[in-house]
Design a protein around this ligand. Structure first.
Ligand code: SAM
Length: 232
């Protein structure tokens, strides 16, 4: 899957305001519940980890994309690694999976992923994550976008069909000889219904304390749901 290509273009997508708004909700839950010792799963380029460390909270980040972790390290974030969740050896009091991370997990892997999430948490620990609502996938995420940066050209084409968002990413980058090289890949995100997630979470030993309907892109309907779950 094209996680590394996504990492290369993420900075050009202009999502900063939305991401800050979403991170704010996660932070307020963490502060309200006085949580510390946090594992950020799918930490991306580390902006949430930075906020946690500003508040002197202990944290660690993992991301499947080696490119994202490379960018974290270039930005001076050291408490990160590119390992899958099942290789995490420590236990945490809180885990987060922010900005679509759960939607990246395929249907045949989600049960195992939630079980692994439970294994890295101490008893009574919290797992907080967001997913896209059906409206978010159908009305917000779909579409085509092109970004011309002069020496780089990005084209993104996202289509939602049969509960899957397939986002095709193409990046043209100008090299030293002024010629353009092309990279192309796709990422797939899966829609999860609330009842399906609730059942899966229960099976993995989580109690869903609260679900927050959230409007990330100021559309007319909620495009995200934020789950606050406790390892029971
Ligand atoms: C949209 S980005 C969000 C990054 C970050 N959480 C944030 O809030 O800015 C989604 C991230 O999830 C990562 N990812 C996808 N599947 C993953 C998995 N199974 N385990 C860890 N990271 C994953 C991707 O590489 C990507 O960096």
């Amino acid at each position: 899957m094209g996680l590394n290509l996504y990492a290369k273009i993420e900075q050009f997508l202009d999502f900063e305001d939305e991401v800050t708004k979403l991170h704010g909700v996660f932070l307020s839950v963490i502060l309200e519940k006085k949580l510390d010792n946090i594992l950020d799963v799918g930490c991306g380029q580390g902006s949430f980890l930075n906020q946690l460390s500003t508040l002197s909270l202990n944290s660690y980040g993992i991301d499947l994309s080696s490119e994202q972790i490379k960018i974290c390290k270039q930005n001076g974030i050291k408490n990160v690694s590119s390992i899958p969740l099942n290789e995490v050896k420590e236990k945490y009091d809180c885990t987060t999976a922010i900005f679509d991370v759960i939607n990246y997990i395929p249907k045949n892997g989600i049960k195992t992923f939630f079980n692994q999430m439970s294994l890295v948490l101490n008893q009574g620990g919290y797992f907080i994550f967001d997913v896209n609502s059906l409206f978010g996938f159908e009305e917000v995420a779909q579409g085509t976008l092109s970004i011309d940066l002069g020496d780089k050209f990005v084209v993104i084409d996202a289509n939602f069909e049969e509960e899957k968002l397939i986002t095709d990413i193409t990046l043209f980058s100008q090299n030293k000889s002024k010629l353009f090289t092309k990279e192309n890949d796709c990422i797939i995100q899966y829609y999860y219904e609330r009842s399906e997630l609730k059942d899966l979470l229960k099976t993995s030993g989580f109690e869903v304390e609260k679900i927050i309907d959230f409007n990330l892109h100021d559309s007319c309907e909620n495009d995200k749901e934020i789950y606050i779950c406790k390892k029971s």
